[in-house]
Ligand binder design. Structure first.
Ligand SMILES: Cc1cc2nc3c(=O)[nH]c(=O)nc-3n(C[C@H](O)[C@H](O)[C@H](O)COP(=O)(O)O)c2cc1C
Length: 256
């Protein structure tokens, strides 16, 4: 396999946790396969997770803060803060991004959401200044993305009839709203369930499966999300009859 550049973003406060172990495992496994790996360990970096006026040094303190406009201006003028600019440089450098996190309240931890909020700025990841969203040509186009999520609950509770809803539906805002929106090619997520008290044999099996998924980072089929070009009308609604009969909910946005 040819050498690729992979950014691993990890969101857990404790290196001796399951997430810490999976992060280390991914880094070692990818490097052993000959890839270049860079890491954003958000807690270790003391990542600032909220967007505010300090992010846009040119903002006049007496005027209202329009975050979208201020992000666009700062991005185009090269006036973002150094921590945000460094993460954008890592994303530009990367061929693939791995996001490692525990499921917290059926979503990703606030620090990782704050990484997205602050780094995926207007004119960098989306917006009028960059190519259109939901297409392979969009801002971060060409990059593969893999969510690696640890989940306290059992797998059956995250299926279509499971009490929490299907995992694909819970992760849709990240997979589709963040990754696919910005042109990345998200793979099916890698999930470890029952993590509150994970037996050693299940941890060993999870590592084997994670290794298989990391090996497939550049060869596995991405989730077949639809392109905005061709599948939707001018009001961004799926064209009638585009879906296989009986398809409902968020599955509508996957090609049959
Ligand atoms: C604040 C918080 C929120 C959590 N929310 C969920 C949840 O919504 N669904 C779930 O199945 N588990 C939930 N859990 C359990 C975590 O997913 C579990 O502790 C984690 O996957 C274990 O990995 P770790 O040892 O690396 O922390 C939550 C845990 C915490 C601390």
């Amino acid at each position: 396999m040819s050498t690729k550049k992979i950014l691993v973003v990890s969101a857990h406060p404790e290196p001796r946790s399951l997430n810490g172990a999976l992060t280390s495992f991914a880094i070692e496994h990818l490097r052993a396969a000959g890839h270049e790996v860079r890491v954003s360990d958000l807690y270790a970096m003391k990542w600032k997770s909220t967007v505010d006026a300090d992010d846009v040094p040119d903002h006049a303190g007496d005027g209202p803060l329009d975050v979208l406009a201020a992000h666009e201006h700062a991005t185009l003028a090269g006036r973002l803060t150094s921590d945000v600019a460094a993460e954008q440089e890592k994303l530009r450098w990367s061929d693939a991004v791995v996001l490692q996190f525990p499921m917290w309240w059926f979503s990703f931890p606030a620090i990782l959401k704050g990484w997205v909020d602050r780094v995926f700025t207007n004119a960098f990841a989306h917006g009028p200044a960059v190519p259109p969203p939901y297409t392979e040509g969009a801002a971060l186009g060409g990059r593969r993305a893999l969510l690696s999520v640890t989940i306290g609950g059992r797998a059956s509770a995250f299926t279509d009839r499971g009490v929490h809803g299907a995992l694909a539906d819970l992760l849709f805002p990240i997979q589709h709203g963040v990754l696919w929106f910005t042109g990345m090619a998200p793979l099916e997520p890698f999930a470890v369930y029952g993590t509150v008290d994970l037996p050693a044999d299940e941890y060993a099996a999870a590592r084997r499966e994670y290794a298989r998924r990391l090996d497939g980072l550049f060869t596995d089929e991405p989730v077949p999300f639809r392109s905005l070009v061709g599948d939707y009308d001018r009001d961004m609604r799926l064209l009638p009859g585009a879906e296989a009969p009986g398809t409902t909910g968020l599955d509508l946005h996957r090609r049959p």
